[in-house]
Design a protein. Structure first.
Length: 166
């Protein structure tokens, strides 16, 4: 469930990044077999589309006209992408709980992230603070996908061969 929590943190800052992370991971075969939506996410056009949307969101975030992430449509989008990604990254049998956890974390972290970003902007400016946030979001997203991939593969090995630590 840690992967679902982390992807919720990511979605709270950047709504499209979780989808881009999932698509890239699926495309390179890093999501475990049986992961919901894995084949669709692995398609080149799906990956390209989600990565373009994630990059555009990161670029748009640096614009002075960018809306707060806490306006209702933004929160809804963040919660929806978090729920999808949190469900995908959750262990089998806990996907609904992973989706709910990720959506809740995205909601809370949207407000916390905005407060932190405003403090960073006061000291660093819009661009540098946004780049720092992008780096943190990307690192957390990669970690979430990596954790889910490892956990999924360990679970598969345990089911097939017995204990994973042998």
């Amino acid at each position: 469930m840690l992967a679902s929590l982390l992807i919720g943190l990511v979605a709270g800052q950047r709504a499209m990044t979780p989808l881009g992370m999932l698509a890239a991971a699926a495309h390179r075969g890093a999501l475990p077999k049986g992961t919901p939506g894995r084949r669709w996410l692995a398609r080149p056009w799906t990956q390209a589309g989600f990565l373009v949307l994630a990059a555009a969101e990161m670029a748009g975030d640096k614009m002075p006209s960018a809306p707060d992430r806490t306006i209702a449509p933004g929160l809804l989008g963040r919660m929806l992408t978090a729920a999808f990604a949190g469900g995908v990254l959750a262990p089998r049998g806990r996907r609904k709980a992973g989706a709910a956890l990720a959506a809740a974390v995205a909601l809370g972290s949207s407000f916390a992230g905005l407060a932190l970003r405003r403090r960073l902007m006061a000291g660093l400016g819009r661009g540098p603070s946004g780049l720092a946030e992008d780096a943190a979001v990307t690192a957390l997203g990669l970690l979430a996908v990596d954790l889910a991939g490892r956990t999924g593969f360990e679970h598969a090995a345990t089911r097939r061969f017995g204990r994973a630590d042998r």
